[in-house]
Design a protein around this ligand. Sequence first.
Ligand code: AGP
Length: 605
Amino acid sequence: MCGIVGYIGDKRAQDILLSGLKRLEYRGYDSAGICILEDNDIKVIKSKGNLEVLIKKVDDQTFGSQGIGHTRWATHGKPSDENSHPHLSNSGQFCLVHNGIIENYNEIKTDLTEKGFDFKSETDSEVIVNLFEYLNDGDLLSTAKKVTEKLEGSYAIGVVNKENKDEFLVVRKDSPLVVGVGEGENFIASDIPAILEYTKKIYILDDDEMALISRGDVKIFDGNGKRIIKEIREINWSLESAEKQGYEHFMLKEINEQPEAIRKTLAGRIKNGLINLNLDMSEEYVKSINKIAVVACGTANYAGRVVGHLIEDKLRIPVLISYASEFRYNNPIIDQNTLTIVISQSGETADTLAGLREAKSRGSKIVAITNVVESSVAREADYVIYTQAGPEIAVASTKAYSTQIAALFMLLMELGYKRGSLDESTVKHWVTELIGIPEKMQIILENSELIKKYAEQIKDSTSLFFIGRGVDSVSCLEGALKLKEISYIHAEAYPAGELKHGTLALITDDVPVIAVATNKSLMDKIISNIEEVKTRGAVTYGVAFEDEIKLKDEVDYFMPIPRVDEALAPLLAVLPLQLLAYYTSVVKGNDVDKPRNLAKSVTVE
Ligand code: AGP
């Protein structure tokens, strides 16, 4: 959840580092810094605060053509100038940036202190740069090997050696790192958008791999220091797709990208009206599955819950839904007949990755649903279904959520059809409905003015409730999370039938209650729940199909969605909730794309 960049070439490094960090700010932004190698000296400029603070501090001070940079989301040591990266070794010979957590840093720090090293920061990262100094044998690569042998934990590291102005070194383990290949210049970054402006050719480093980056070459080595040849990947994302494209915020752009993102996620996966995910999952294995586990965090977890409901309902396979942070500590009942679905937009969430490894260790096959090609989750799974959402920059996940549901729904259909629990006509019907989703999403997006008005109405609330039944209660979980994380208003999702067992005590005059109601068979039930809260003074909002007149007449404010097969309703019901959260955050003047305390990818436990 930090962002690192690096450059070596013939241009002024500070310009490239700062523009790269700008595109990585979503990974963490409580402090930032750069180091530039210039005239055989290392200049470090860093500060607490977001990138704007650093840019003011840098202000044309350096002209060197090699350097590294970092934007931070604190894990060890509060946000401060001293704790910001890059970090210099005691003698000033080495300078380093790090994304990850060194779990044994205390022991290393104690050992180095006894050897005469002193430390200027509270960070775990500073022990790494002093290890480079302590173990330096004159060769950057062999020194790095000795250093990493001492480290336990996760790291993506960039390190510059003052005495070697022709190359710098990177190494990765459990934290993402890509190398950008240019003409007479080369780049490194935690994520692709940071270097896309300069090159579309990248190497994706695997765990324990290192690279020596010089102006004309990228030498990659495996964990044993052996030179390896990797395939260069051509990235088809245009830079614009990682930019705002005229929207005020990345989040609004990404909410509006959902129709196209769904189309791209479906593309190439529907043949003759049936699903073909090309998973290479044998029919024999598919029939052997007697349990499905879903392991994910936050919004990704809710996407899994939506389809988990359906899998149990339609495929009659028991589904174990787990928050990834809990999963590996619950002694889960998982074996070779369990298919574990791991969902992660970034593919780098530490808890989710740990859950994947836990399930694998118990014999389960893993299918990953992720948005990032070659992400750690993708590389460690047995099967991968990529959502084609394109880069999701806003911390609050939107298009990743809807494309995850679409991908999961396709997986459900393929499994169901192969197992004989879904017949051809059912699958073809759902496929037709799925293909129609983008157009129906567009209708909702084009009628968002109403939602803006509702945001004005709820903006000063201190607490809101989202209520629903069945799979609608999952849409409520996602709606509440969206609202909390960007408007900072407390919101709670509650199964509507459960309110009367305590929480109803919190419903008083003017408390907003948002009901999601797309299940025909439960409509009368949810309407009586709305009645319950109204008699206690609540102001009620309803998300339902546009032709649900009874529900519309029951609530104070209505948010209609176009009719679709109920199985797919969560794909539409979430849009008004995303927009409500977005406009509420805007009207409160919050930093919509980078909300306080949060980071886009939580790569620590
Ligand atoms: C959702 O808006 C949040 N940003 C957060 O809950 C996120 O979904 C969660 O951290 C999982 O991230 P991932 O999909 O990258 O694993």
